[in-house]
Every structure is written in structure tokens, then in C-alpha cells.
Design a protein around this ligand. Structure first.
Ligand code: GCV
Length: 680
């Protein structure tokens, strides 16, 4: 018997044990999707003289986690240039696997790809090749320097600024590893509502420490910057981008940053939006502002991601404003500027059509910004698996037409990282889709469940299928009980958690108030963006423009986004719009209840702490879904003056009761636990 045969037999015995039921017990979420270990008998052979930190990480990850039935991995860096920095090739040679890359990062990504296949028991194909769709796959943290996280629902910021750089949390490395394992290679550490202090020498020292920890994992650090930083930090009298003293200030700052962090990624900028300073304060354009920063970063290879999330006063329809302010600037941005555009034209609603700015600036680089944190999808209390939402974006916007993808992180210092344990799937899915937008929501979810929730052993297939069904439908469920048929932004003011379609806040911007969006009256419901209304449809290319413009051809999921629809309008189902609306809310509540049953079926297969945590959150979700349904239907009924259809259950609350409280943010860690209703 040869050595190889002997190894194989030993391995087969070990492997049989590993895949036996309950052999892999996942934790309650601390370990994310990397909670599984292998048997450690595999060899990793490199064709290099010296192992770099990245290659060492790749070797250790493979050795400690490989669960497949090959006993050796041969790693080569002699792969073709066409693999780029991140790509890799894998060849299955029976007992051994060859992993070939052109760069060490390709090796790291290749190892994590193999580990994914191994854990879910998938066959390693004879040959596979992976090159990511985008060079930049970024997380955006909206973390403030005081440790709070804007729209964060998973505890405080992961970054312990007070302790850095002297004391370093082990979670920094775990965070970088998790990102590398799904291909995320950039992180913007701080909120786009940026404190100028992040660019002070003190903070840059802390940022350097994080960058050093992240480097072996291929995770580059970027910062959000405040456009008025030269004034705030060094008392310049202006931040005018055409002022030579301002330009010099940024050039000096760039030199200082790159002196500390040679591979620093660049800046993210929110300018002239929601009170943030910007070039328009000096009569300059976005392009003039962005290019000034881009010139300071260019000598070092840095980039500027300039956000298009603006509220231009040039049109009364908020959905048109970003396009109107940015489209005329096409071709005016430097080559190291990318315009970062939210997926939809308004603001991360449960369902939005894509932003028409995509594709409308052919001479400008563009990237998409998704929101992983659930600002508008029930925070960390509601289950909403978001891959289907992001896939919807790619159904309209060809993935090849953009340069990069960013996701607003849902990560905090909670032990399970994301608050809702199942929201880890959204961090995972964002990374996987930014690597390959062609992957399906099912494929990604299947991988995630195998690696973090239910170990793929004999007997767990049925429960996995139930959980898949529950999670795949979950985003549509939220849409149904919050804002079906294209309704949008009818959230309670400020915290964006519960419903408040009646909301009036004296002095508030009209376009922050629900009535601006739903426009309910005795005639009907919805925002007329057809040519007879705001004509926002004209920003979309043909033939989509005509399709959206016509009430009879507009997809029903966007009907109330683009049209003010009569209550009696006949829907495809044959029902009136009012009846259809009632049915959608009803469906949302029923599905939220069904989620509880589906979860119950997993009681014995998932970690008990995690089980109880999700169970409580699903209970809150049902309560909230009912609240949403009652609030919206009772409120709109005042305008429709129509009865509820016979097969829709009647509201359990009264409108007075619902108006009396503002369904607020539920904090699971607080003793008052399940519901906190705050009086206005
Ligand atoms: C970071 C929305 C959110 C804000 C956020 C803003 C943005 O308005 O409610 O919290 O600010 O978007 O994306 O800049």
C-alpha cells in the first residue's frame, strides 16, 4: 500500500466521522460563517521561497478548516496575468488540488472558495476559474468617532477609537478574515457624515493600526472625509476647492496619510447633502470638488468615491434630484473619481426602482451603494434576507456597466456581529454578490446556511429547505406588510422603524414626510411620476420609460411609485387597487406568522441560544407586521372609504391607538425587551 493510499483510507475514516449528524455544532453567531474546523491532516505545498503573511493566512485557513477528501493542496503563484490581483484557478487532481493564482490575494480567495465548497460537501470540479466582477468590493461603516453607529442596530462601533492604537481587539482580525472569506477588499471606517477629526494626526495613527491588521487579508482602508476639514482642523478661512491654499492642504494631508499607510485606498465624500459641507458652498460643482481631492490622491494611487445622494432644489420631486444634479457633469470627473450612487433614486426603501443615474453618465465611472444595515427594513428585529433585493437591481442595471459595489455595513460590537443572527447572511451575500453578481440568491443562501446555521449532515436537508424557503421570501414579506405596490417612505419620522403615514412634523422638510410620498386622497393613492405628473419616468431610457409611464404597463410592484392610482383601478388579479392593497398587507402578516413556524422546525438543528434569539425577534416581527398593516390600511381607508375585503382579517388595533404611539426602536438587550413604544 502506498503512502498516498494509506492517507486516503485514514482520511476517509475521519471524513465519515466529520459528516455524521451533529458533528459540527455552530455557535450562536460569534464565529460567523467560519465556525467550522477540519481535521487538520491536509498538507499545503507552496511553490514560493518565503511565505508572506497573506500566504500564511491562506495556509493556516486551509489546514485548520478543510473538510473535503483531498489530502494535499498545491499552491502556485505562476498563474496567468489575466487572473489579475484577485483571481484564481483550481484543478482537482483526484487526491490533490492545484490552486493557481497570479498574486497572493488570489491564493487567499481561492482557499476560501475551496473551504466553502468543502463545508457544503460540494464536488470540486475538475477545473474552475474565478475572477471577481469588480476590483473594489467595499463596506461602508457609518460609525462615528464617539462609538455610536448611524443606522446601526448591532451595538456600538467595532472600532474602539479610545483604545487604539495601543490596545487592539481580536475582533479586528476576525473582521478582516470574515471579509476576505467573501471577497470584500475595502472598508470605509467612518460615517459619511464625517467628523473632520478622523484626519487629525492622532486618529490617523489609529487608522494606521487598523490598516496594518487588515493588510494580510487584502482589506484596504478608506476614510470618509468632511469637505471642510481644512477649516476645522487648521483654521483655513475657506474650503473652496479652487483656492490654492485648500489644494495644498489636501496635498499635504494625502502625503501624511500615505506616509503612514502606503496602500491607503482613498476618500468617500458626502458633499452638499443633509447639512454636509461641499464645493457648492463656494459656487463650485461636484466635479470641481471631487477632482481637487482626486488630484491630491493621484500620486499615490488613491481614489475618490463621491456620493450622488443629494437633494437638489431644482425639482420638487426628490426622486429626480440626483440625476438632475449629476447627469450634466458627465465626463467632467477625473479618472480616479467614482460616483457612488444608491441603488434607488430615493433612499434604500424596501423596494425602489433602480436609480436612473445608472447608465446616464457614460463618460463617468459609477458604483452602486447598497444598504446592508436595515434602516428601512425593521432594523435588527425583522428578518429580511436582502440578496433578492440586490439581484433585482442587477436585473435592470447590467453588472458590467458599473465599476464597484459598496454596502453600508450592518456590523457592530454585538457578540453575534449583526444584531439579528440571520442578518449575518446579508453581510455574506453582499460580499458574494460584489464578487459575482451572477450568483443567485438561493446559491448564496445555501452556502451561508451550510457554513453557519445547519451543518450539512444526513437528516438536515429538510430543515435546510424550510429555512431556505423562509429566508428567500423574507424581504418580500417585509415589502408586503410595510409598503406594497410601490408605496415608499411612510416610516415614522427620524428612526424609520414603525409606520406613520399620517405624520406631520411642523418645520420638517416636506420630502422627509410620508404624505409627500403616498399622496392619499379621495381619488386614489401614489405619487404621479408619469408625464402628467413629475415626469420622473423621463429619466429612464426607452423602452422602460414608456412602460413605466403607462399605468397599464407599469410593473405592479412599482405602481404607486410612478402613478397616482384610483382606488378602483383594476389590477392584474382582477381586484381593485384597494382590495389588492389589503391583500398585500394581509399576506405580509400571514407570512410573518409562517416564518415563526418555519423557524420552529429548526429548533433541534441550530444552536439553542441562537434559536431563542431569532425566535424572540420573529415574535416582534409578527407584532410589528400587524401594526404596519393596521396603521396603513386604517389610515388609507379614511380616503378610500371602502370596506375591507371579506377574506382579509380585520385590524386588531384602532387608528387612535396607533396614532397615539410611535412604534419605536426595539432594543433586545434592554430589560423592557420586546416593545418600546415611545410617545411623541
Ligand atoms: C448617513 C439617509 C439616512 C441617513 C444617512 C443618509 C446618507 O438619509 O437616514 O442616516 O446618513 O441617508 O446616506 O447619507
Amino acid at each position: 500500500m502506498t503512502d498516498a493510499m494509506l492517507r486516503r483510507i485514514i482520511f476517509a475514516i475521519l471524513f465519515a466521522c466529520i459528516v455524521s449528524p451533529a458533528a459540527v455544532a455552530y455557535s450562536s453567531g460569534e464565529g460567523l460563517w467560519l465556525d467550522h474546523g477540519g481535521e487538520g491532516v491536509v498538507e499545503v505545498k507552496f511553490d514560493v521561497r518565503k511565505l508572506t503573511p497573506t500566504l500564511t493566512e491562506a495556509r493556516n485557513a486551509f489546514r485548520s478548516r478543510w473538510t473535503g477528501d483531498h489530502w494535499r493542496l498545491n499552491v502556485s503563484l505562476k498563474g496567468p496575468k489575466s487572473l489579475g490581483r484577485d483571481g484564481f484557478e483550481i484543478r482537482n487532481r483526484g487526491e490533490e488540488i492545484d490552486l493557481v493564482a497570479h498574486h497572493e490575494l488570489g491564493v487567499l480567495y481561492g482557499v476560501y472558495h475551496l473551504l466553502r465548497l468543502g463545508v457544503s460537501g460540494q464536488t470540486i470540479p475538475d477545473y474552475l476559474r474565478e475572477v471577481p466582477a469588480y476590483d473594489l468590493r467595499m463596506l461602508n461603516h457609518w460609525d462615528n468617532l464617539d462609538g455610536t453607529v448611524e443606522r446601526g442596530y448591532a451595538g456600538s462601533s467595532l472600532w474602539k477609537w479610545e483604545d487604539l492604537p495601543d490596545s487592539v481587539s481580536p475582533r479586528y482580525e476576525a473582521y478582516a478574515r470574515a471579509n476576505a472569506s467573501v471577497g470584500i477588499n475595502g472598508t470605509v471606517l467612518n460615517n459619511v457624515n464625517a467628523s473632520p477629526r478622523i484626519l487629525s494626526a492622532d486618529y490617523l495613527g489609529k487608522v494606521k493600526k487598523l490598516a496594518d491588521i487588515f493588510r494580510p487579508f487584502g482589506l484596504k482602508v478608506y476614510l470618509s472625509v468632511n469637505f471642510a476639514s481644512p477649516m476645522a482642523l487648521d483654521s483655513l478661512s475657506t474650503a473652496d476647492p479652487l483656492d490654492p491654499a485648500v489644494q495644498k492642504w489636501w496635498q499635504r494631508k494625502a502625503r501624511e496619510i500615505y506616509g503612514l499607510i502606503p496602500d491607503f485606498g482613498g476618500f468617500l465624500v458626502k458633499a452638499n447633502s443633509e447639512g454636509q459641507p461641499g464645493p457648492m458652498d463656494y459656487g463650485r460643482s461636484h466635479a470641481e470638488g471631487a477632482n481637487m481631492l482626486a488630484k491630491a490622491l493621484r500620486p499615490y494611487g488613491g481614489i475618490v468615491m463621491w456620493r450622488s445622494f443629494v437633494y437638489s432644489p431644482i425639482d420638487a420631486d426628490r426622486a429626480k434630484q440626483a440625476y438632475m444634479e449629476f447627469q450634466p457633469l458627465d465626463g467632467k470627473f477625473d479618472s480616479n473619481v467614482i460616483i457612488q450612487i444608491k441603488n434607488g433614486p430615493i433612499d434604500f426603501q424596501p423596494r425602489e426602482p433602480y436609480s436612473p443615474l445608472f447608465g446616464a453618465m457614460p463618460h463617468t465611472q459609477q458604483m452602486v451603494e447598497f444598504q446592508v444595515t436595515q434602516e428601512y427594513l425593521g432594523h435588527a428585529n425583522h428578518l429580511a434576507y436582502l440578496a433578492p433585493m440586490w439581484k433585482e437591481f442587477f436585473d435592470y442595471v447590467p453588472s458590467t456597466s458599473i465599476k464597484a459595489a459598496a454596502g453600508v455595513a450592518n456590523i457592530g460590537d454585538d457578540p453575534n456581529w449583526t444584531g439579528h443572527p440571520l442578518a449575518q447572511a446579508n453581510w455574506y451575500a453582499f460580499g458574494r454578490l460584489a464578487w459575482n453578481p451572477q450568483l443567485t440568491s438561493d446559491e448564496i443562501l445555501s452556502e451561508w446556511i451550510d457554513q453557519s446555521l445547519v451543518s450539512p449532515c444526513e437528516g438536515t436537508a429538510e430543515v435546510k429547505n424550510t429555512l431556505m424557503g423562509m429566508m428567500l421570501k423574507s424581504r418580500e414579506t417585509v415589502v408586503d406588510y410595510m409598503m406594497p405596490l410601490g408605496l415608499h417612505h411612510i416610516f415614522a419620522f427620524g428612526h424609520h422603524y414603525g409606520p406613520e403615514p399620517w405624520c406631520d412634523v411642523p418645520g420638517a422638510r416636506p420630502d422627509w414626510l410620508p404624505k409627500y410620498y403616498h399622496r392619499a386622497d379621495s381619488e386614489g393613492l401614489g405619487f404621479d411620476r408619469s408625464p402628467s405628473g413629475s415626469d420622473a419616468v423621463s429619466q429612464y431610457p426607452e423602452p422602460l420609460r414608456s412602460q413605466l409611464a403607462d399605468i397599464d404597463t407599469c410593473p405592479e410592484e412599482f405602481l404607486l411609485w410612478f402613478h397616482h392610482v384610483p382606488w378602483d383601478h383594476k389590477m392584474k388579479s382582477g381586484r381593485t387597487m384597494w382590495d389588492e392593497l389589503c391583500h398585500a398587507y394581509e399576506r405580509g402578516v400571514s407570512q410573518a406568522v409562517r416564518q415563526q413556524r418555519a423557524w420552529e422546525s429548526a429548533r433541534l438543528d441550530v444552536d439553542s441560544v441562537l434559536f431563542a434569539d431569532v425566535e424572540r425577534r420573529l415574535m416582534t416581527q409578527v407584532r410589528d407586521a400587524q401594526w404596519w398593516k393596521d396603521a396603513c390600511l386604517l389610515y388609507f381607508q379614511q380616503y378610500s372609504l371602502k370596506p375591507f375585503p371579506a377574506d382579509v382579517t380585520l385590524p386588531v388595533h384602532t387608528l387612535e391607538e396607533l396614532r397615539e404611539v410611535n412604534l419605536g426602536i426595539t432594543n433586545f438587550e434592554s430589560p423592557s425587551a420586546s416593545l418600546l413604544n415611545t410617545k411623541r
